[in-house]
Design a protein around this ligand. Structure first.
Ligand SMILES: [Fe+2]
Length: 373
């Protein structure tokens, strides 16, 4: 007699991920994705690793792929949108719709810290253009969520469904230069005070460390500026925050699944569940971390230049307590209300480098202090 089938006790994605036999990096953060251990993934013909940090489970996939110097990886196809951030290296992506029609596809180039989206159900092939340095790519998508709905990996990775974006013309348009959109109906980006903000619409952003067309994001402090991105023809989005040297942002909290990677800067973040132990995340370029579900988190710049963090967003139902902070008292801690440990630790860290804080004194006295750049 065969045993009765048992109800699933683990996420379908986790079972699939572990069956690939690659390293899975867990915990609260990855200090430097340029150097983490990879393993051989025969099916994809490359070295790779998974990153599943606390707060990501069941929502978002993060995966590292390496391309050896001068090589082109075998193509693969996926049913969900895939965001790719170039951790390091220079190369090309070719995207095409039908298996034997690669010649009709669209090819574009990228380099260090480029960000792009590959539309769903397209074949995609990544190549390294340099002969002296491996490429490392970070892939971000919603496969864990998808596999909880349809627990069949082949449905997402080996199906015959036709691509939604078909043909060279459509693909070229999708990867043309990003354009800025201000306001507009149905826009869910706001400035944090209910007013619509600007966002960028496109599929290819050449260098996230150099992008300087930013909006003010004064409500989160630190003279912060933001780039908001809505990927073309996709529900996926992200934002990049830029904030000044020797300052720190206000603590805030929201839902799970948001992967943060650092394009440039030097500092640390602190993450904690209300009343719980603090986790300190040191960072510099290519550090990666995930604020767990509803944990407060706060970002500190210890460098002599503005720092940048890029936050890859989960599906909108996981915003939870919203990034835009609907309830300031509940979801954001003003400077006047923070634990004295926050300021003391920041000033001590700066003092160790013979530096002082540039957080204005008024921010510690007035809860409505507006700190703009
Ligand atoms: Fe956040």
């Amino acid at each position: 007699m065969t045993a009765a089938p048992q109800p699933r006790t683990r996420f379908a994605y986790d079972e699939w991920m572990e069956a690939q036999g690659l390293p899975v990096h867990r915990g609260y953060f990855v200090p430097d994705v340029r150097t983490i251990e990879l393993g051989r993934w025969e099916e994809r013909g490359c070295d790779a690793a998974f990153i599943q940090l606390t707060g990501q489970e069941g929502v978002s996939e993060a995966r590292i792929t390496e391309i050896p110097p001068g090589e082109v990886l075998p193509p693969y196809k996926m049913a969900v949108d895939e965001v790719v951030y170039v951790i390091q290296g220079t190369g090309t992506t070719t995207v095409w719709a039908e298996e034997d029609k690669r010649q009709d596809g669209h090819t574009f180039e990228w380099s260090d810290r480029s960000l792009f989206l590959v539309p769903p159900n397209q074949y995609r092939q990544f190549g390294n253009m340099r002969g002296d340095q491996p490429v490392r790519l970070l892939h971000y998508d919603y496969l864990p969520l998808g596999m909880s709905v349809v627990p069949d990996p082949d449905f997402f990775l080996h199906n015959n469904y036709e691509a939604r974006v078909a043909g060279t013309k459509d693909l070229k348009a999708a990867f043309s230069e990003a354009r800025q959109i201000i306001g507009g109906d149905g826009m869910r980006w706001t400035t944090g005070k209910g007013k619509p903000g600007a966002y960028w619409y496109g599929n290819l952003f050449p260098d996230m460390s150099a992008w300087d067309d930013l909006d003010s994001n004064a409500y989160r402090g630190a003279g912060g500026r933001t780039l908001r991105i809505q990927f073309a023809g996709s529900d996926m989005s992200c934002h990049m925050s830029v904030f000044d040297a020797r300052t720190y942002k206000k603590a805030h909290r929201h839902g799970p699944g948001r992967v943060i990677v650092i394009p440039s800067g030097e500092g640390y973040s602190v993450m904690w569940l209300e009343g719980g132990e603090r986790i300190v995340v040191p960072w510099q370029e290519a550090a990666l971390f995930v604020p767990p579900d509803r944990w407060f988190h706060q970002h500190f710049n210890l460098g002599s230049k503005a720092a940048r963090y890029l936050a890859l967003h989960p599906p909108m139902q996981f915003a939870g307590y919203a990034e835009k902070v609907e309830d300031r008292a509940r979801d954001q801690i003003e400077y006047v209300a923070e634990d004295p440990w926050v300021r003391e630790t920041f000033e001590a860290q700066l003092a160790a480098k013979a530096l002082t804080s540039l957080v204005p004194d008024g921010a510690y006295k007035n809860p409505d202090y507006v700190w703009t750049k």
